[in-house]
Design a protein around this ligand. Structure first.
Ligand code: PEP
Ligand code: MG
Length: 550
């Protein structure tokens, strides 16, 4: 085709498919450009009712296939050391086996004489409504998992196979599921765009872990996009069929981001010291093995916060002492002598667990959470302490306790340490008592930090909760997002008080809340004397670079 003809065609094309821009919700941020590939999971295949017996058989077969596919996926995840992904798949296995769910589908087939496919659809909607109406944010987001399992069962009923894109593409779907992400990972997916999405859903968690730019929130996305349309995801903007000027701008932005990342990599492994020679430790906040790998890859100087509660959530029974011991031991060994601060479970509030029976609370953020749960569930706490004391023989461990507000709580914890140490002694298991510190994440703790400092080996300031409790703004409540000023003077003043009291008592004070990675405050925090900063694995190199500039 001659250039003139090509231009005419391009102009015509632009007129027909005008560039459209939409604001979207970010699940994992990033900038990508590529062709659209639509997943037509919502198209209802023909599957007519063929009699109760036949439909029940079809359902049984589909349930068995779904379960065995999930189990296969689970095994392969474990083999690849993808523990977090494996945990998510395990939740789906439990759901696919749940008799309440399966029996409800069977009874629908028998009572209303509809096909297995229809019955799964209807029961799925019923369950989703129940879950969505739950007051609990975490549980209501599990609705996505029901969608996910149902959609897998339906595919297996009609024997639907997922077609894969032929080139790296941006996947467009009504609902993003974990299996989509797991299936497409190897096929070079550039990004995901979905109508429905919940930031706490497992699919979202996976998208973030895999760092695949993902956005959601456009109701009729499947109608707006055609296969092969050019799509741009640029932070919170989705562009369909961009004009050439926009494509050029985006390509420049992508190059800038890549160059910035390369610049950051140059600082990998360099000393984190300011230009006048002060050394600051940059540590990692982790909650999964993927986080750990990324932190090691970015040459973290240790782990400043290991959020262990994630190993307790999404399970119907708690991990045993032995299972926990193996996890902690392996983290310590992988860090090879570097400091690892493991926080005991911070459950309750937005992090509930199945086997802890929370009484209904009007305001869970001000209710039973963190250390407050330990007294009622002493065995849970003591089992974790035992695993930690045993793991301590394998590296440079420090134990940290969440949500402390009083000296009394610290003394209660030390008493439990004494008790479990004696139990381990009796059981003939090797153990060590490592340094122990507390999170300063309540105004009460910061205001009595002079009384707490002589009792503990370190402070770590949890600015996320400290901000929520100081400003009286629920960190999960979107209505008060504007009031949640993370740089509020009241927070900075408390950090200063805590650092002073820590240093007066010869202990260190670090920050492990999100404020630790706020580069506009790094200099202020260092001036106050903060000793260590613990940040998300993907912020480590940014912090190293920032500190070296100060
Ligand atoms: C904090 O509160 O700042 C913190 C690090 O703990 P989490 O975010 O896990 O509550
Ligand atoms: Mg906290």
């Amino acid at each position: 085709m001659k250039p003139m003809q090509l231009n005419i065609l391009k102009n015509l094309w632009r007129k027909i498919f005008k560039m459209k821009k939409y604001n979207v919700e970010i699940i994992e941020k990033g900038i990508v450009i590529g062709p659209a590939f639509k997943l037509n999971k919502t198209d209802k295949p023909i599957h007519k009712f063929q009699g109760i017996e036949k439909e029940l058989k079809t359902l049984d077969k589909a349930v068995n296939i779904t379960q065995s596919k999930l189990k296969h996926l689970y095994d392969s995840m474990l083999k690849d050391s993808k523990d977090l992904e494996a945990e998510i798949v395990q939740t789906h296995i439990l759901m696919a086996e749940d008799p309440t769910f399966i029996d409800a589908i069977k009874s629908k087939i028998c009572k209303t004489k509809i096909s297995a496919y229809e019955a799964v659809n209807i029961v799925c909607d019923e369950f989703v409504t129940i879950f969505k109406n739950m007051d609990d944010g975490y549980l209501s987001q599990r609705a996505n998992d029901i969608y996910e399992i149902s959609s897998q069962m339906k595919s297996n009923i009609v024997n639907q196979k997922q077609v894969m894109p032929k080139e790296p593409s941006i996947i467009i779907t009504d609902l993003l599921t974990c299996n989509d992400i797991l299936a497409f990972e190897k096929n070079d997916v550039l990004g995901f765009v979905s109508s429905k999405g919940f930031s706490l859903s497992h699919a979202s968690i996976l998208a973030r872990k895999n760092q695949i730019p993902t956005v959601c929130g456009i109701e009729n996305i499947m109608d707006l996009v055609k296969n092969g349309d050019t799509i741009i995801i640029s932070q919170n903007e989705l562009i369909i069929n961009p004009d050439e000027e926009t494509i050029e701008e985006i390509k420049i932005k992508q190059i800038e981001i890549e160059n910035f990342k390369l610049e950051l990599k140059k600082n990998k492994g360099l000393k984190t010291q300011t230009t006048d020679g002060r050394e600051i430790q940059v540590l990692a906040n982790i909650s999964s093995s993927a986080d750990l790998e990324e932190s090691i890859e970015n040459n973290c100087q240790g782990v400043g916060l290991f959020r262990t509660e994630f190993f307790f959530m999404d399970k119907i029974t708690p991990p045993t002492e032995e299972q926990q011991y193996q996890i902690y031991k392996s983290v310590l060994e992988k860090l090879n002598g570097k400091e690892v601060t493991i926080r005991t479970i911070d459950i309750g509030s937005d992090k509930p667990i199945e086997y802890v029976d929370y009484k209904e609370e009007n305001n869970p953020a001000l209710g039973k959470r963190g250390v407050r749960v330990y007294l009622d569930y002493l065995d849970l706490f003591k089992t974790q302490l035992k695993a930690l004391l045993r793991a301590s023989c394998h590296g440079n461990l420090r134990i940290m306790y969440p949500m402390i507000i009083s000296v009394k709580e610290v003394k209660f914890i030390y008493k439990q340490i004494d008790i479990v140490a004696k139990e381990l002694e009796k059981e003939g298991k090797a153990y060590e008592i490592p340094p122990q510190g507390i999170m300063i994440e309540t105004p009460a703790a910061s205001l009595i930090s002079d009384e707490l400092a002589p009792l503990v080996d370190f402070f770590s300031i949890g600015t996320n909760d400290l901000t929520q409790y100081t400003l009286a703004c629920d960190r999960e409540n979107h209505n008060v997002v504007l009031e949640l000023d993370t740089r509020h003077n009241s927070i900075l003043k408390q950090i200063k008080i805590c650092v002073e009291n820590a240093h007066k008592n010869g202990i260190s004070c670090s920050i492990c809340g999100e404020l630790a990675s706020d580069e506009s405050l790094t200099e202020v925090l260092l001036d106050m004397g903060v000793d260590k900063l613990s940040v998300s694995p993907n912020r480590i190199l940014n912090m190293v670079t920032k500190i070296r500039e100060i």
